[in-house]
Design a protein around this ligand. Structure first.
Ligand code: MN
Length: 257
């Protein structure tokens, strides 16, 4: 009995020590007037990559967000609905989906605070688009009606653990260094996309129709956006997609020291 107790204590202590070493990775949330939510796939991916996931509740109080980001070593921006096009200088087209001004303000504030602090940033789907908007780029409000060229199906009907179209990576990119692949089959759940990349950013992956599927900071600093959902593919067993989260966690650890 005593031996068991000692063993349990030892396990607890070991866990406590390793948890202390984990960099704190903020994860943004979805919002409605009565609740916030985060799919567990994002939290699991951060944990599996060695990070300590912490959900950042939506607040439109800049001081609260500033203090929250002040405690973080890295940040993941999750997916969601459309950005208000007024934020990138355009009037709303008829095909624009639902916008949530509270969420827009929160996402853009998180991105700007994280970049000002210099912590690594991984934007996923809406998060990737948000990085572009926050830095002065534009979005296609609706691919089928705005792109001007025939496009692929970017709103797949298969479940999110399955890929549905190919992306080709730029060999000179940080993204290529992480994923080590010329092309990948990814999942796709978007009707908006990055149109004009923000100043200081480069395109790092495109689908066969030319749609921008990934961007990153051109100076090589760890600010990366992907249009697909690596956390869902990782849940489905695609170990390569976990490398994106490992990169974020590794960079967060390195900058913390
Ligand atoms: Mn796509």
């Amino acid at each position: 009995m005593k031996k068991n107790l000692l063993f349990c204590l030892a396990v607890l202590l070991t866990t406590a020590v390793s948890a202390q070493d984990r960099p704190v990775i903020g994860v943004s949330c979805s919002w409605s007037p009565t609740e916030i939510s985060v799919p567990t796939t994002y939290l699991d991916a951060v944990s599996r990559a060695g990070g300590l996931p912490v959900v950042i509740p939506l607040s439109n109080d800049p001081e609260i967000l500033k203090q929250q980001v002040g405690r973080l070593d890295g940040l993941v921006l999750i997916g969601g609905g459309d950005f208000d096009p007024l934020l990138f200088g355009q009037e709303p087209m008829r095909a624009l989906g639902k916008v949530t001004p509270e969420r827009d303000a929160y996402d853009l504030a998180l991105i700007r605070l994280a970049q000002a602090k210099g912590i690594p940033l991984l934007g996923i789907c809406r998060g990737h688009q948000g990085i572009n908007v926050a830095n002065g780029g534009t979005l296609l409000q609706d691919i089928p009606s705005c792109y001007g060229k025939p496009s692929l199906k970017h709103q797949q009907s298969a479940g999110s653990v399955h890929g549905s179209h190919t992306v080709v990576l730029d060999r000179q990119s940080v993204l290529y260094g992480i994923l080590q692949a010329d092309s990948l089959v990814v999942n796709s759940f978007h009707h908006q996309a990055v149109d004009r990349p923000a100043p200081g950013f480069r395109v790092t992956a495109r689908s066969a129709d030319g749609i921008i599927e990934a961007i990153e900071k051109a100076d090589g600093s760890p600010v990366i956006g992907v249009q697909w959902h690596p956390e869902a593919l990782a849940r489905g067993g695609d170990g390569r997609m976990l490398k994106l989260f490992r990169y974020l966690v590794d960079r967060a650890s390195a900058l913390k020291k």
